[in-house]
Design a protein around this ligand. Structure first.
Ligand SMILES: [Zn+2]
Length: 184
């Protein structure tokens, strides 16, 4: 299998919803691609490595495709350089990220205790086990959802409340002075 990692930048243009200033900021994203191709050593020997090279190129093409999508959708937390406020869609994107992380935690966290439960429970008590599992999954999901909701509400960068993110994560924007001129 061939893998490739690519990095790219894109300029995002924003019209501030608070003060109507036009500004831009740069986003950086990374993407990985892989290509599963079977090349016995003899094939590479006969083709001078062409088969492996084409696999690498395909992996890179996959990575480039993912990168393009990621860059197109990319939203960073960037304060308006004129009024210092954040756009609603930037805050939404960060809150959405919180819920994504919460979902991941909720899906992964029951497994260690689940393994423990399997070890503790005597054999042949599958029914009790299933009940315990349901309760545990429910409790974990509820706790994680509550924590995520709480954090999402608390996250208000406009009043300086960046937690659970940091103000260091906020990018810098530059005012577009040349509104009417075409962008280089
Ligand atoms: Zn503004």
């Amino acid at each position: 299998m061939q893998t490739a990692t690519v990095t790219g930048y894109s300029l995002k243009h924003v019209v501030c919803e608070h003060c109507t200033a036009r500004f831009r900021y740069s986003v950086m994203r990374q993407a990985q691609g892989d290509h599963v191709g079977f090349a016995p050593p003899v094939v590479d020997l006969l083709t001078g490595g062409a088969f492996s090279k084409s696999g690498k190129a395909k992996a890179e093409a996959v990575a480039q495709g993912k990168l393009a999508t990621a860059l197109e959708r990319a939203v960073d937390l960037v304060a308006c350089p004129k009024c210092g406020k954040f756009q609603a869609h930037m805050i939404r994107a960060k809150r959405f990220k919180l819920f994504k992380i919460a979902t991941l935690i909720a899906l992964l966290s029951p497994w260690p205790t689940l393994m423990l439960t399997i070890m503790i429970l005597p054999k042949g008590r599958a029914h009790e086990f299933a009940q315990l599992l349901q309760i545990e999954l429910g409790v974990v999901a509820a706790i994680v959802a509550l924590v995520a909701l709480f954090l999402a509400f608390r996250f208000r960068p406009d009043v300086g409340r960046f937690f659970p993110f940091s103000s260091k994560h906020a990018g810098k924007g530059e005012l577009d002075e040349s509104d009417t001129k075409p962008q280089a």
